[in-house]
Design a protein around this ligand. Structure first.
Ligand SMILES: [Zn+2]
Length: 501
């Protein structure tokens, strides 16, 4: 008992000692935690999130940036925010360097056997000549590495080069498929191939959009993803005989064009110039209806705004909701936001991005900023049932946190289970049915609790980094290596993207 008594006493003493702040912080932290809990609890109840997603997928469908469907989605998103009671909604324009929209893709093996070859053009692949189909012999180029091309020498000139692939099983496999792009295209260009056919890494005929450029720049030869089984048949035939293929790709291409982001905000009651941004990209590829990538998280962002309005909450800082487009082309929507809001970035205290479908969120990637760990843990400690455990320090390149990271703004990416997401990634099968409603709603609860707590906490949050600090972070997280492999380093070096001072 005494012990208890003495402990209690000690505790009360402690409280009294730092009454002013502790008590306020205490009571504020409590109300903060309660609000976070209310937001999280609301999200797993009856909400319109999945109905919104059904509308987006089934009524608007696949919505590549630059397409009429994407324009419809932007209007749809703005209307959803307004219907949720968010008055301040803007459509902010930005520029995408080059237009690319897939139209038709057809191929057939014409010798030694005749059969149809299913394939999908790779974004930023040119069309085949319109006046005549491209017909050429097929040459196997193994994994498409510069070494494989070098070994073949002149034999591959004017041919259709067929690259074989391992089946994709993990996120690392997906990254490997991207990391080979630049050197493979360069080797194919030097070898003067007529076209490049890449074996799909997904089984059972599944096709997907595999962007062959990360910076929305057209590549010098037609490139397409071929059904895994059809590519294997072509390869076996090519090992034994001369194989000829007729290829017909028709894509809509063009120069720079304008697209739009949907930006909505709930103004802060005390520090309105300080901003916490919650974002997800709204654009998708067109073979499926962009349910996992990234419709479910666009619906999540809308639902968090709706929740805060429904509970009549006004955060201390401003909360901004962003439905970016231009993401699949190279994160141009978020880059455009960073450019047009450059004079506000010092006051962007946190950016939170969701972009791994409805996979369970177990934490947040801290993108090289250890000092973000405590605010994230503090923000989510009230939501015990959310069971957040993994906040890796890794730096993420490949979604809309990227330009915020390069601009020194504290940024978080939801660390979601990729396994339910990978099989349908950019594929025909990325449709409404693939989304796990329960996990999607749990993620919405998590997002609401985190964004609310970051926007309402009295505690200071880590500052914006300088260019030198960002440069150091890029090295420490090895993002510099990835950016070089993805052709992104020059934009950083030349200050076209990222903080300049
Ligand atoms: Zn995505």
């Amino acid at each position: 008992m005494r012990k208890l008594l003495s402990f209690a006493l000690a505790f009360v003493t402690f409280v009294c000692l730092c009454a002013p702040t502790q008590f306020i912080v205490g009571s504020h932290a409590q109300s903060d935690a309660q609000t976070a809990q209310r937001l999280a609890d609301r999200a797993i109840g009856q909400t319109p999130l999945m109905n919104d997603l059904r509308e987006l997928c089934d009524q608007i469908g696949g919505r590549p940036t630059g397409s009429p469907a994407c324009e419809r989605a932007v209007e749809w998103g703005a209307a959803k925010f307004r219907a949720a009671g968010v008055a301040d909604v803007k459509l902010e324009p930005f520029t995408v360097p080059n237009l690319w929209l897939g139209q038709t893709a057809a191929a057939e093996c014409i010798a030694p056997e005749h059969f149809t070859v299913r394939l999908a053009a790779a974004p930023y692949s040119p069309s085949t000549p319109t006046n005549r189909p491209l017909e050429a012999r097929v040459v196997l180029v193994g994994d498409g590495s510069p070494e494989a091309f070098a070994k073949l020498g002149a034999r591959v000139r004017g041919a259709i080069a067929l690259v074989t692939s391992d089946e994709m099983k993990t996120l690392d496999d997906l990254f490997a498929e991207y990391l080979r792009n630049t050197s493979m295209v360069e080797a194919a260009r030097k070898a003067q191939v007529a076209a490049l056919l890449l074996q799909s890494t997904r089984p059972r005929g599944l096709l997907y959009r595999h962007p062959i450029s990360f910076v929305a720049q057209p590549v010098p030869m037609p490139v397409a993803i071929v059904s895994r089984e059809h590519a294997a048949r072509l390869a076996r035939l090519a090992e034994r005989s001369d194989v000829r293929v007729r290829l017909n790709l028709s894509n809509k291409t063009g120069g720079a064009y304008q697209a739009r982001n949907v930006i909505a905000e709930i103004r802060g009651r005390e520090r309105p110039d300080e901003v916490v941004l919650l974002g997800a990209h709204l654009d998708s590829w067109d073979l499926g209806t962009g349910a996992q990538d990234n419709g479910v998280n666009a619906a999540l962002v809308i639902d968090v705004a709706r929740a805060i309005k429904q509970l009549h909450l006004r955060p201390r800082r401003t909360i901004r909701f962003a439905l970016f487009t231009g993401e699949e082309q190279g994160m141009f929507g978020s880059a455009g936001y960073v450019r047009s809001h450059a004079n506000e970035l010092d006051k962007h205290v946190a950016v939170v991005i969701f972009d791994i479908g409805s996979g369970r969120t177990t934490g947040f990637f801290l993108n090289g900023r250890e000092e973000l760990r405590r605010p994230v843990e503090m923000a989510l400690r009230s939501c015990k049932w959310l069971n957040i455990s993994a906040n890796p320090l890794d730096g993420i390149d490949g979604t809309d946190n990227y330009d915020f990271l390069l601009s020194g703004v504290p940024n978080l990416v939801a660390n979601q289970d990729p396994l339910p997401y990978l099989p349908d990634y950019h594929a025909e099968s990325d449709v409404f049915d693939m989304v796990n409603a329960q996990e999607a709603k749990r993620n919405a609860g998590l997002a609401a609790a985190l964004v609310w707590s970051l926007a309402d906490t009295n505690a200071p949050l880590p500052p914006r980094q300088t260019r030198a600090e960002v440069e150091q972070l890029l090295k420490a997280t090895k993002l510099d290596e990835q950016m070089r492999a993805f052709d992104q380093w020059t934009d950083w070096e030349t200050h076209r993207r990222g903080i300049s001072r």
